[in-house]
Design a protein. Structure first.
Lengths: 1142, 225
């Protein structure tokens, strides 16, 4: 006989009475371990998805707006790398029955992509990834139409760029479907939504869009030999092997000079700096050797009433202009001088469009004085001075021009003749400084740099550009020298050639996003369920101990030290905790599977449709198991402590009876004082909240919580026998009610505990329910989450035009009459990670929207929740226009939820990002808007946007306002009816007209609903699990009944002996415990209603009276059923026998 | 005369409450080693209180209780528990056997009280005592299989397992039929003699009290006789 044997014997003997304890522990463990397993599953699935979408890549060189020769990867000696040409596009079935926007068309080397599945891909074929195939409902053999964005050499926002050659279509046969895990889901964005990918041959794609032999994405798999240093190595290799073509630069030599140009037309400042960089010792001398040139198309050159239309003008120094040419002087060629009839000293007006004004065509005029007239010969007859403006350079005739704007000045015969004979030969020359003042722009500041040398016909001695010798260089030497100079001084990163550790980024996004908190979130949701299960465990364990009071008393009387008795019982408890937790872990796995099923079906909205598979690590299982055992054992330890405090004689004398006969008196004044204090606090907070002009949810919640506390304290006061009214008034005339209340007062802490549990659970359930959001409420109001806009639009290809103008509308074949009362806020879009609650990954580089702040400010759109310190509250959207801070951070505004959850930041915080050239910059969050359709994005001022992302042309994001029919005043609040009905017609019209740019319109209410669905689903989950906890809590009430009645069996037996009927006793017990149940629900419910008063009145809030009444009703019914069961069970048998114990 | 095993001196004890109810009002008693004493008195006179004080389950409000020369009021809870375990044996009106344990295990229960104290001789002694009380054939049985008299005899053996100096019996025959009660009374007297244990019996039964060497009456909170 030893302690272990005794423990085993006790467990076996009391097994039936301990079954409830075991069940409680099992349930708590199952919920706890299940919640952790759900967390593991979400984490594991996100990690798997993150790695899947990289198609095995560890590093990527992604330059969406720039194109480098496809052999760059070969030069980098990255043997297993893939080189791709990735372009935005749309896909549709040939029969037009299904289409998909925002598709990425990936040109691949079939034999070198992924695991070789695409090796058989032919030029007239396409493979789709499973998501796209599913959306198109396409099967192998079907024909698919791909419409692609045709990248322009010059941004579409430049004035001189074709407007109607944006896309190209390909008709291809579907040859196969590539699963996500086979590389089909390729995407560098940490987004939840599945990517839509079409795989075609790179050579076919290059040919189709005029980018033959070029690529913009290199994927490099992990290098087993150099696992740690891959990134540095790739950077070094890139710096070593990159050539001018990789920087989109071109070095060409003609009879007079060697010229550096770019297919992007304008040379970027980093390139210019590198090309002009010189060794310090010879800097001054060599600075003069390179000739920077800026040539631009002017709309007109006028003198008096003479006008020469559409001419090229070059801004440059010597040898094109004389050294004494002032910035306000101009050199004209003989042709122009004759055409305008000017002579030196005359004034010439030069009119031009601002280079990067896009379709807005802002025209400016500057006056110059004619300095001299040069013959149309030699240097001044150089047609190559004109950059290869798309739409102009290849034109045989002026009639073939596609300048990107309407030619308002008539082209005369002499103009046509000049073009035919001299093409883009500049007709006038100004200083470089003057030219840059007029035409330097966000794309660059020069169109060419020329070096005169390496040729005997050079007008100047050939300089020793890089060598220390001053002897003339040969052409090849000169070219080599210039190339070497640029390579030496231009960091590939300066032009956006930046390696990204995509695997690391993806894992970081997956491992730091909201998905990681899912386990914790589920634990939080299951909190009440776990608490209720543990409370039940504690109650049952205490109950079991009470039933063994005599046994404990004997041990104490036999000289067992209390600690040893305690240890013996704790061993039993521990054994139950271990057994229950092990059983619970099995059940927990099933529970997790069930929750996962729920999350992928009925609660799909909570995780935005992410695919989830079951994952459970041994660490999590071990942690869960240990935690369950600890929590269960801790609970039993506490229950035991209460029991073990009782002295042996009390236990031996069936102490329960003895103690039940003594009612704790305590200090009567203190609870009353505390209750009064809490009541005053609650009232004060309610009044204070009511008097505050702005609704203060925190204050109301505080008032509700204080009211809950006050309610419970009053219950505590009321449960004292001297206070219970029925007892006081009718002390001499006992009634059922009086007896019931007196019985409640016998164990005031037990009664109060029951009321507190029910009240707290009811409080939380009601409070949570009130926070549900309804997107349709007040959706037409400016301050709502829709901003008063009816439609949200996203296009695959940029819309260059301003859709608010008749011209913009006509460009897309829209009838302005159909769009009366419709206005647009257009956004520039820099694609990035979706920073919304629909993405369980952490947004590393959030999607940026460039907006004209005044367009939203004028409308007073959306409601701001917070501004950063230093931002005037009245500023609203104008905060985006505030000058940047000292650190150069760009001000940004986002949705409060996005900032808090997806970006894990706060208003006033800063985020790191990179511009299109890979240069880091900071974003400062200056404000947040509440619960809006802007979730997922950060908004910055358009002026900042174009500076950071000059190549992002046009607008791809739209907020569309549909005002009351016929109102035609966008600034007026829209009519709610028109908001819905008118929006449908507008949506249909716009979708049809802008089909070619892949415009996808979503009613703002639906978009907001999708976001709300996440919160609402979380709340539903919480409510459901909380409700289960409450149900379990009410089952605990049954245990309380059992304990109470068990303790009073003698008393009840006596009543029976005195002639009470058994039914009367049952009613008595039901009455007293039903009162506890009602009291709990009442106190919690009323306090919660006060707490959620602001939510009840706020836009978008929906109070679910019906479901809530049902839940609380169910809890009440369940509690009554348990009470009835426990009462019936307790009153079974010969109660009179218990009189012997009295 | 040798020093008493246990001595009550002017012991006072009241039940707590708004108006404390005095039970013992200066009770005094000395118990010699090997003596057998019956404490009698009307219901509510404080007999059980006396027994609780004798058994160190309770402490007096006033006065001293010495056991083997040690003042019980000065001992810690652990020391009292150890004293109870080694020196005192209890027999209750109800047998209070653990239903989950066999007869032998119930008897050995006191030996488990002290984790550091091993009692290799306990089991042979238990068997010997069981043999003595005529229950050696029942040692593997659970209490539920025994008669009331048998259970009470097991309780007696359990009380003696640690060779206590003092055996306290609270209405030991109260729950037994007459025959069993007579047998148990006889057994207690014999064991008192055989084991040399001081026996204190609190009882209503005059028959049992007469078997004791001395009878003390509790009256008005004082011990007389």
């Amino acid at each position: 006989m030893n302690l272990r044997t005794l423990t085993r014997r006790s467990l076996r003997y009391h097994f039936r009475s301990q079954l409830g304890v075991l069940a409680g522990v099992t349930l708590a463990a199952a919920v706890l371990i299940g919640a952790l397993a759900v967390g593991d599953s979400v984490k594991g699935s996100l990690r798997e998805r993150a790695l899947e979408r990289l198609a095995g890549a560890r590093f990527a060189l992604s330059t969406p707006d720039r194109f480098h020769p496809a052999d760059l990867a070969d030069r980098l000696a990255a043997p297993r790398s893939s080189t791709l040409l990735a372009l935005a596009g749309m896909a549709a079935r040939q029969d037009g029955t299904a289409r998909a926007n925002r598709v990425t068309v990936l040109g691949v080397d079939p034999a070198r992509f992924g695991d070789g599945r695409l090796a058989s891909l032919k030029e007239d074929e396409v493979w789709l990834n499973s998501s796209l195939a599913q959306q198109l409902q396409a099967t192998v053999g079907d024909f698919v139409i791909l419409r692609l964005n045709k990248p322009s050499a010059l941004s579409r926002d430049a004035v001189i760029t074709p407007r109607d050659d944006l896309s190209v279509a390909l008709r291809l046969r579907l040859a196969g479907v590539l699963a996500d895990r086979q590389g089909g889901g390729l995407s560098l964005l940490a987004n939840q939504a599945p990517s839509l990918n079409a795989f075609v041959s790179r050579s076919l794609l290059g040919k189709a869009v005029g980018l033959e032999g070029l690529a913009n994405l290199i994927l490099v798999p992990p290098d087993g030999e150099r696992p740690g240093g891959g990134l540095e190595l790739l950077r070094d290799q890139l710096a070593q092997v990159s050539d001018l073509a990789d920087f989109e630069l071109n070095l060409r030599t003609n009879s007079q000079s060697t010229e550096l140009t770019t297919r992007r037309i304008f040379l970027e400042s980093a390139v210019v700096r590198a090309a002009l960089a010189l060794a310090p010792s010879t800097a001054a001398r060599r600075q003069s050797e390179a000739t920077p040139i800026l040539t631009y198309l002017v709309n007109s050159l006028t003198h008096g009433d003479q006008l020469t239309p559409y001419s090229l003008v070059t801004a440059a120094g010597a040898p094109y202009t004389p050294a004494d040419l002032a910035d306000d002087e101009i050199v004209v060629n003989q042709w122009l001088a004759a055409d305008l009839g000017v002579k030196p000293g005359d004034s010439v007006a030069l009119t031009y469009y601002r280079v990067d004004a896009g379709t807005q065509l802002q025209e400016f005029t500057n006056r110059f004085r004619v300095h001299s007239i040069v013959p149309l010969a030699g240097l001044h007859a150089d047609r190559t001075l004109m950059p290869e403006f798309p739409g102009l350079s290849k034109a045989e005739s002026t009639r073939d021009w596609d300048a990107g704007f309407d030619l308002v000045h008539p082209i005369r015969d002499q103009d046509e003749a000049y073009w035919k004979q001299h093409r883009g030969t500049p007709k006038a020359f100004i200083t470089l400084a003057a030219g840059q003042k007029l035409w330097a722009n966000r794309f660059g500041e020069l169109t060419a740099i020329r070096w005169f040398g390496g040729n005997p016909s050079s007008p100047r001695p050939a300089p020793g550009v890089a060598g220390e010798s001053t002897s003339p260089l040969s052409v090849p030497e000169l070219r080599d020298t210039i190339t070497a100079r640029i390579r030496a001084h231009l960091d590939p990163a300066d032009v956006g050639l930046v390696w990204r550790p995509v695997r690391e980024e993806a894992l970081r996004a997956a491992e730091s996003g909201t998905g990681q908190e899912f386990g914790g979130l589920m634990l939080g949701f299951s909190f009440f369920l776990i608490t209720a299960a543990l409370l039940l465990t504690a109650m049952l364990f205490s109950f079991a101990l009470e039933q063994r009071a005599t046994e404990i008393g004997i041990l104490l009387a036999l000289g067992w030290p209390p600690r040893r008795v305690h240890n013996l019982l704790l061993r039993e408890g521990l054994a139950l905790a271990v057994l229950g937790s092990v059983l619970g872990s099995v059940l927990g796995i099933c529970y997790a599977q069930g929750v996962l099923w729920g999350l992928t079906t009925i609660w799909r909205d909570a995780i935005a449709g992410a695919g989830l598979e079951f994952h459970l690590t041994l660490t999590t299982l071990g942690t869960g198991l240990a935690l369950s055992i600890a929590v269960a054992a801790g609970t039993m330890f506490l229950a035991l402590r209460q029991q073990a405090r009782r002295p042996a004689r009390e236990l031996l004398n069936e102490g329960a009876n003895e103690s039940a006969l003594s009612v704790p008196e305590g200090n009567r004044g203190r609870p009353r004082l505390a209750a009064l204090g809490a009541s005053v606090l609650a009232s004060g907070l309610v009044v204070g909240a009511g008097l505050t002009p702005e609704i203060n949810p925190q204050m109301f919640f505080g008032a509700g919580a204080a009211l809950l506390l006050a309610g419970l304290l009053w219950v505590r006061v009321w449960l004292r026998p001297a206070v219970v009214p029925a007892v006081r008034r009718r002390a001499s005339q006992p009634s059922y009610l009086g007896l019931a209340l007196r019985a409640l007062a016998r164990r005031p802490s037990r009664s109060l505990g029951t009321v507190a549990l029910l009240a707290s659970a009811a409080f939380l359930i009601v409070a949570v329910a009130a926070n549900k959001l309804d997107a349709t409420r007040h959706a037409e109001q400016r301050g709502s989450g829709t901003g008063g806009f009816a439609l949200w639009g996203e296009s695959t290809l940029p819309v260059i035009q301003d859709l608010n103008t008749a011209k913009g509308q006509e460009f897309y074949g829209l009838n302005p009459d159909d769009l009366k009362g419709v206005s647009f806020v257009q956004f520039r879009v820099r694609d990035g990670d979706d920073a919304s609650c629909l993405n369980l990954n952490r947004a590393q580089r959030p999607r940026l929207l460039g907006v004209k702040p005044e367009q939203l400010a004028d409308r007073g759109a959306f409601t701001f929740t917070r501004f950063a310190a230093g931002v005037a509250v009245t500023n609203g959207w104008q905060a985006l226009n505030q000058p940047g801070s000292d650190d150069g951070a760009i001000p940004a505004i986002g949705d409060a939820a996005s900032i808090q959850w997806a970006l894990k930041s706060s208003v006033g915080g800063t985020l790191d990002s990179v511009d299109e050239r890979g240069r880091p910059f900071k974003i400062r969050l200056v404000g947040a808007v509440a619960n809006s359709i802007l979730q997922g994005n950060l908004l910055i001022a358009e002026r900042d946007f174009v500076r950071l992302f000059p190549s992002e042309s046009g607008y791809r994001g739209f907020l569309i306002e549909v005002a009351a029919q016929g109102a035609g005043q966008p600034a007026s609040p829209p009519n709610p009816a028109a908001h819905v009905v008118g929006a449908e017609a507008v949506s249909a019209t716009l979708s049809r007209a802008l089909q070619d740019v892949g415009l996808e319109l979503t009613p703002t209410v639906r978009r907001l609903d999708q976001f709300n669905a996440v919160q609402n689903t979380y709340l539903n989950t919480f409510q459901l699990l909380g409700g289960l906890g409450l149900l379990l809590g009410s089952a605990g009430l049954g245990v309380v009944v059992l304990r109470n009645v068990h303790e009073r069996r003698g008393e009840l037996g006596l009543m029976l002996a005195l002639g009470f009927e058994r039914g009367a006793l049952k009613r008595l017990v039901l009455l007293e415990h039903g009162a506890l149940l009602l009291l709990g629900l009442l106190v919690g419910g009323v306090a919660a209603l006060v707490a959620v008063l602001p939510a009840l009145g706020s836009p978008g809030a929906e109070f679910p009276w019906r479901s809530l009444t049902l839940t609380l009703g169910l809890v009440l019914a369940n509690g009554l059923v348990w009470t009835l069961w426990a009462t019936t069970r307790s009153l079974r048998g010969r109660l009179v026998d218990s009189l012997r114990d009295l | 005369m040798s020093a008493p095993l246990l001595e009550f001196r002017d012991v006072h004890k009241s039940y707590p409450g708004p108006e404390p109810v005095p039970v013992l009002k200066g009770a005094s008693l000395a118990l010699a080693r090997g003596e057998s004493v019956a404490i009698v008195g009307p219901s509510g006179s404080g007999k059980s209180t006396i027994l609780n004080l004798l058994g160190t389950l309770d402490l007096p409000d006033r006065g001293t209780i010495t056991f083997d020369g040690r003042d019980l009021t000065q001992l810690t809870a652990q020391e009292l528990a150890a004293l109870r375990n080694r020196q005192i044996g209890f027999i209750f009106q109800s047998h209070h056997l653990l239903p989950q344990c066999s007869v032998l295990e119930n008897i050995l229960l006191p030996t488990l009280a002290d984790a550091n104290h091993s009692a290799p001789t306990a089991e042979p002694r238990a068997r010997q005592l069981l043999d003595r009380v005529g229950l050696s054939h029942r040692l593997g049985h659970l209490p539920g299989k025994l008669s009331g008299g048998e259970r009470q005899r097991v309780a007696v053996v359990r009380a003696l397992i640690n060779r206590p100096a003092l055996l306290l019996a609270d209405e030991p025959t109260g729950a037994l039929d007459r025959a069993s009660a007579l047998n148990l009374g006889q057994l207690l007297v014999e064991l008192n003699r055989e084991e040399g244990v001081t026996l204190v019996v609190v009882t209503h039964s005059g028959e049992l009290a007469q078997r004791m060497a001395r009878t003390v009456e509790l009256r008005d909170g004082k011990l007389e006789g």
